[in-house]
Design a protein around this ligand. Structure first.
Ligand SMILES: [Zn+2]
Ligand SMILES: [Zn+2]
Length: 253
């Protein structure tokens, strides 16, 4: 079992100490997770203590500790992202969209803005950004691919697959992986990312998956992953993908 989406620094409020990072590893062990992917949002990259991670990995030989990064994809940032990733020695890079034209739609303070918008347009814009993230070729994994549903707003004029299909086709032509992210269970939408219909279409297109809890606290490591695994298995999946220095491999789950 693996969890590839664990934020140690959360939103910058926690520092890397042996005790704090060790707490994440202990919770992983308790939840029978043996492959642990630590990553930060790219704005907190400078907070990461690589020597500390290496030391803890050495002292916890029963766990496979991977190092990732979650990058905010914003069109026009491609060159900066490329520069930022150079020389980082990461195992994997997740590309995520948290902003539509500067609107941080997943932030609780901004959810009211959905009220005055054409939701179909929001979905169209969001998935167009995801598609650009795929085409940028910068990422190994697309994070929480239908995050735009976070507050429970759904498109009315067209079904979800109208917006997602072109993205899945792009992903299936690349060597990218889609993350099954259980954090949606803790949000008003109350379901994993991505929803079942998308998951089924992904399996039909042979798109590989990985798993992440989006933990921002040790207690959240592995949270909801059992449900995420069950959904993936129901869709037909038998393997998940891990990464070692940006090389993908398959493993049981
Ligand atoms: Zn995210
Ligand atoms: Zn995250």
């Amino acid at each position: 079992m693996l969890d590839y989406h664990i934020h140690v620094a959360a939103h910058g409020e926690y520092k890397y100490t042996d005790e704090w990072v060790g707490d994440f590893l202990n919770h992983a062990r308790l939840r029978k997770i043996n492959e642990v992917g630590l990553l930060e949002h790219d704005e907190f990259l400078s907070m990461v203590d690589n020597a500390l991670i290496e030391r803890l990995a050495f002292n916890n030989p029963d766990l496979l500790v991977r190092r990732g990064l979650e990058v905010d994809y914003v069109p026009g940032r491609e060159q900066d992202i490329k520069k930022m990733l150079a020389g980082q020695n990461l195992d994997y890079v997740i590309g995520s969209v948290h902003f539509i034209d500067g609107w941080g739609f997943d932030h609780p303070d901004n959810q009211d803005l959905f009220e005055n918008k054409d939701i179909d347009r929001v979905y169209r814009d969001y998935f167009s950004l995801i598609n650009q993230a795929v085409h940028s070729g910068l990422f190994d994994i697309i994070g929480h691919i239908d995050l735009v549903k976070i507050w429970g707003y759904r498109p009315i004029k067209k079904g979800i697959m109208h917006y997602v299909d072109p993205v899945l086709k792009s992903i299936s032509r690349s060597d990218m992986v889609i993350e099954i992210n259980s954090a949606g269970l803790r949000k008003p939408v109350g379901e994993i990312y991505p929803e079942n219909e998308i998951l089924k279409a992904m399996f039909a297109l042979n798109i590989p998956i990985t798993l992440g809890s989006d933990a921002h606290h040790p207690d959240q490591v592995g949270e909801g992953l059992e449900e995420a695994c069950n959904a993936a298995k129901r869709a037909g999946y038998r393997y998940v993908s891990g990464f070692d220095r940006r090389q993908r491999y398959l493993t049981d789950f």
